[in-house]
Design a protein around this ligand. Structure first.
Ligand SMILES: Nc1ncnc2c1ncn2[C@@H]1O[C@H](COP(=O)(O)OP(=O)(O)O)[C@@H](O)[C@H]1O
Ligand SMILES: [Mg+2]
Length: 344
């Protein structure tokens, strides 16, 4: 929580998401997992995506990488990616399986998942997997790549990395596997790291080490980071920018100070009121907010949060959909802050 908001002289965003919609065409109906998201991701900044389970965080992240599985697909909007040479590619429109997309996915944008086995191959030693990734993306000899791989294993906190280099993923503990996956994601020096609840399954000490490492590499490589978490402690520690998501929409965007000092959206306020207490583990920190998230196939009209909102205004909140509007230093999608009144 130390960096100021971007100044006009700062580099342009690396990613500009505009009006993004990703829907699932299921047998039971249409699930609007991402429903009109606008979000910028800046070099050398960490944006945290915050929200209860099922609100669309993972699908938003997977949309950026174009790894949304059927029956889901992007049905609208843009994901503008500005590459190192200044070209802009709309990832939302890139042809699936195209060279362009594969190159960006392997080299420019890396993702780490909650479940390490989703990106580590099971039948190859981890050292070899990392070395091959390095050789694919960086100009290095085999010996140099090997050294780099061992160094990377050391940097993610794997003890005796030269020995572990020869281990198969199944020979490692859960925490070590998670670290190996992170080494794998970071060894090609991505420009953007997307981390989807990367430390949820780890103990607190390991969690802190991994978050520190991500922060270090962010500075070193001027990396942009999109970190998904429902852990407010993590947000307070690593975020510069925060986007709060509810039912596929971003309801509040702010820098981290603004959010913690004066959350504006009733949902963001409710999330923050559930401040973790000492002795709780990451898993216990799920916020207790009145009522339940509506079923994805039964989206409320107007503001989707209105069914749980203590400040629900009949005739407004159930009639029109609030959109993000500037408010203080951030943006909020709520009629309490928009200065609008009921339709007359
Ligand atoms: N394969 C799928 N088929 C149908 N609906 C899906 C699928 N994957 C995700 N969804 C729906 O998309 C919404 C967002 O899911 P997700 O992005 O995984 O939530 P989060 O990561 O915030 O917990 C949820 O309503 C979820 O049920
Ligand atoms: Mg998720």
């Amino acid at each position: 929580m130390t960096q100021p908001t971007p100044m006009p002289t700062d580099p342009p965003p690396m990613i500009e998401i505009r009006g993004l919609k990703t829907h699932f065409f299921t047998d039971d109906g249409l699930v609007k997992a991402v429903e009109g998201v606008d979000l910028d991701i800046h070099p050398n900044r960490t944006v945290c995506l915050l929200g209860e389970s099922g609100c669309g965080k993972s699908i938003l992240a997977r949309s950026i990488l174009r790894i949304v599985d059927a029956p889901g697909r992007i049905v609208g909007g843009h994901i503008l990616y500005r590459s190192a040479d200044g070209r802009t590619v709309d990832l939302a429109r890139a042809r699936p399986g195209s060279r362009e997309l594969r190159d960006i996915r392997g080299q420019d944008i890396a993702m780490i998942f909650q479940e390490p086995m989703s990106s580590l191959g099971p039948i190859q030693k981890i050292g070899r997997q990392i070395t091959e990734t390095i050789l694919l993306h960086r100009q290095m000899s085999k010996a140099e790549a090997r050294e780099e791989a061992i160094e990377m294993l050391a940097r993610v906190g794997i003890p005796r990395p030269a020995e572990r280099f020869h281990a198969y993923p199944f020979e490692l503990s859960g925490g070590m596997r998670q670290r190996a996956m992170i080494a794998m994601a970071l060894c090609c020096q991505p420009r953007l790291l997307i981390a989807d609840e990367p430390t949820t399954a780890l103990d607190v000490t390991t969690q802190a080490q991994i978050l520190d490492l991500i922060a270090e590499l962010k500075e070193e490589l001027q990396m942009a980071v999109l970190l998904i978490t429902h852990d407010l402690g993590v947000v307070a520690e690593v975020a510069e920018d925060v986007a709060v998501m509810y039912m596929g929409k971003i309801v509040e965007k702010s820098d981290v100070f603004g959010l913690f000092e004066a959350p504006k959206h009733p949902y963001a306020r409710a999330l923050l009121e559930s401040v973790p207490r000492i002795g709780m583990t990451g898993r216990d920190r799920l916020p207790a907010i009145r009522g339940m998230v509506p079923h994805p196939l039964a989206r409320p009209s107007g503001c989707t949060f209105r069914t749980r909102c203590d400040q629900f205004m009949p005739g407004i909140c159930d009639v029109r959909e609030p959109v993000l509007k500037p408010c203080g230093d951030g943006e909020v999608a709520c009629f309490l802050h928009s200065g609008e009144t009921a339709d007359v």
